[in-house]
Design a protein around this ligand. Structure first.
Ligand code: NAG
Ligand code: NAG
Ligand code: NAG
Ligand code: NAG
Length: 297
């Protein structure tokens, strides 16, 4: 899928640069400042000499992050990330989509959060979904590699039928649109893409038992190769609704997992799920309705 996406991007990027079509847009390999705005003290944001790797750091004074200038509704959004190594307990590295630049009461949001850990202890990845300000859809996964050693690709595939979170090419989470009138699938609000590093020592590592060791700061996470191959939102609504042939991310084949993806997903389900809110009957005496939707269809 990545190779194909890259081809699409290359072509669409050229077309987009010339025509700026309202539907179907892509950003890749563009200069950082063309795509993102950052909110970091200068010292906490560093780029490699060629400008292609973006390091953000956390210290006692605070964290750092950057977000896309554009919002998108549906598409494929991927980033390669190398999370802070060594003693990173309490430190959370993120890549997420959100409809607002704030934790507002009506936001839609889909999170990938890397929960740091003591040296040598494994990272967990927490994912969550919010609709109109309500979340509580956490899952936690172990990974099959150390995310601090190398860059790996973390991606969202988002259309009106499903939201899939990929790690490299493996789907680790599938979140389906139930298509009820009152469902919990975020499909109305366009979203920005965000990357950040912040301190969450009160909950992140062993439930808050392991605190951040500030003598190890600054904590640095590295990002590169952002791809947004999706529909760039332009007011007024309704934009980004069609599934024209250009929008590969909203074609029939992307409305469900492929056979190979199903095998990978089954392997993840068997081996790597550490927490699933849909199994947490202490927390939810009535499980949220989307817990009953099959990810296999
Ligand atoms: C960015 O962080 C990496 C560690 O992930 C480090 O090796 C590299 O030197 C940093 N680059 C800059 C420009 O700070
Ligand atoms: C979204 O949340 C706001 C504030 O909590 C509420 O007033 C509004 O009715 C909600 N909208 C929908 C469509 O549920
Ligand atoms: C949801 O249901 C409506 C009405 O039955 C249908 O037109 C639409 O295609 C459905 N959407 C999805 C994502 O299944
Ligand atoms: C951190 O490491 C401990 C000990 O191996 C483990 O129990 C925990 O699940 C790891 N991750 C988090 C987020 O606490």
């Amino acid at each position: 899928m990545e190779t194909r996406a890259c081809l699409v991007i290359f072509v669409t990027a050229i077309v987009a640069a010339i025509f700026r079509p309202p539907v179907g847009a892509a950003e890749t390999n563009a200069p950082f400042g063309d795509v993102f705005t950052k909110s970091c003290p200068d010292n906490d944001f560093k780029t490699s000499q060629d400008g292609k790797i973006w390091n953000i750091s956390l210290n006692k004074q605070g964290g750092c992050g950057f977000m896309t200038k554009e919002r998108y509704r549906f598409g494929w959004f991927s980033m390669r990330i190398k999370a802070v190594g060594g003693d990173s307990a309490g430190v959370v590295t993120t890549y997420f989509m959100c409809s607002e630049n704030a934790a507002g009461p009506e936001r839609d949001e889909v999170d990938i959060e890397f929960l740091g850990n003591r040296t040598g202890q494994p990272y967990l990845v927490q994912t969550n979904v919010y609709k109109n300000g309500t979340g509580g859809r956490e899952m936690r996964h172990a990974l099959w590699f150390d995310p601090t050693h190398d860059f790996h690709t973390y991606s969202f595939l988002w259309n009106n039928h499903q939201l899939v979170i990929f790690v490299d090419k493996v789907p680790i989470r599938v979140y389906k649109n139930a298509n009820y009138t009152n469902n919990f699938f975020p499909n109305e609000k366009p979203m920005y893409l965000f990357s950040s590093i912040w301190d969450a020592e009160d909950w992140a590592t062993r439930g808050g038992a392991d605190k951040t060791d500030w003598s190890k700061s600054p904590f640095v996470s590295s990002y590169t190769d952002f791809t947004a191959d999706g529909c760039r939102w332009e007011d007024p609504f309704p934009a980004c609704v069609s599934n024209t042939a250009d929008n590969w991310w909203d074609q029939y084949d992307t409305w469900h997992l492929s056979d190979d993806q199903k095998k990978d997903y089954a392997w993840v389900q068997r081996n790597l799920v550490v927490y699933d809110y849909c199994k947490d009957t202490k927390r939810y005496t009535t499980l949220p309705e989307e817990c009953w939707i099959s990810p296999w269809e």
